[in-house]
Design a protein around this ligand. Sequence first.
Ligand SMILES: *[C@@H]1O[C@H](CO)[C@@H](O)[C@H](O)[C@H]1NC(C)=O
Ligand SMILES: *[C@@H]1O[C@H](CO)[C@@H](O)[C@H](O)[C@H]1NC(C)=O
Ligand SMILES: *[C@@H]1O[C@H](CO)[C@@H](O)[C@H](O)[C@H]1NC(C)=O
Ligand SMILES: *[C@@H]1O[C@H](CO)[C@@H](O)[C@H](O)[C@H]1NC(C)=O
Ligand SMILES: *[C@@H]1O[C@H](CO)[C@@H](O)[C@H](O)[C@H]1NC(C)=O
Length: 179
Amino acid sequence: MIYWRVNIFQFILIFFLVTKISSKIEFTNLKCTSLDKDFTDFDYCYIKSINRTYKYVSLKVKLYKVPITNVTVNFSFMKRSSGYKLFLYNITADACKFLKNPKSNPVLGYMYGLFKSHSNMNHTCPFDHDLVMEKVSSDFINNQLTQMLPFPEGEYLFKTNWMAYGILRASVNAYVTLT
Ligand SMILES: *[C@@H]1O[C@H](CO)[C@@H](O)[C@H](O)[C@H]1NC(C)=O
Ligand SMILES: *[C@@H]1O[C@H](CO)[C@@H](O)[C@H](O)[C@H]1NC(C)=O
Ligand SMILES: *[C@@H]1O[C@H](CO)[C@@H](O)[C@H](O)[C@H]1NC(C)=O
Ligand SMILES: *[C@@H]1O[C@H](CO)[C@@H](O)[C@H](O)[C@H]1NC(C)=O
Ligand SMILES: *[C@@H]1O[C@H](CO)[C@@H](O)[C@H](O)[C@H]1NC(C)=O
């Protein structure tokens, strides 16, 4: 029994090491949409290619009805195969509650870890200022993602919907390829 467990463990470890070397995320598109322009809008939202191997994403969100004390986010990973289909996660969470205790939701905590050091969103509610995410590079994401379970190669869409007071206000969709 113990012997079997060790083998599984080794198998997983090898899998991780292999994907660590071979899996690479690259941004292909970033779409930011305001669904309520009286409430919020995007100043900018883009992918910048510095050179062939270095790309980053930046975005700035203007908030017109501050302070905001009630934020819900929902997100999902879709994989492309004749249209984007749900691949992993379809999660809705109370962002204000989460920010008070980031350990309360491991999946969200993981996502948050991917950008919090590059964003001014890294504090508890309320939000009374414009939100930015600056220069999150694919290299940075790749370094963070090494702890993640291996994903099959392909084109993915990381879809996020942002609600305030229960109303959908904005969406941010990141398209990536995994090679
Ligand atoms: C691409 O740009 C980054 C950031 O400026 C730099 O660190 C890296 O060396 C560059 N790579 C190549 C191949 O020029
Ligand atoms: C996420 O939000 C979208 C848009 O409001 C909605 O269609 C979808 O059902 C939501 N997902 C979950 C898990 O609530
Ligand atoms: C996410 O879940 C909600 C409710 O649980 C559902 O209505 C919605 O269609 C799901 N979204 C996707 C993309 O599967
Ligand atoms: C949030 O990020 C800023 C800039 O990166 C940093 O100065 C600040 O200490 C961070 N705050 C928290 C609570 O992590
Ligand atoms: C946020 O607003 C929604 C819709 O008004 C409500 O259902 C929810 O309970 C609120 N969340 C908090 C923490 O007050």
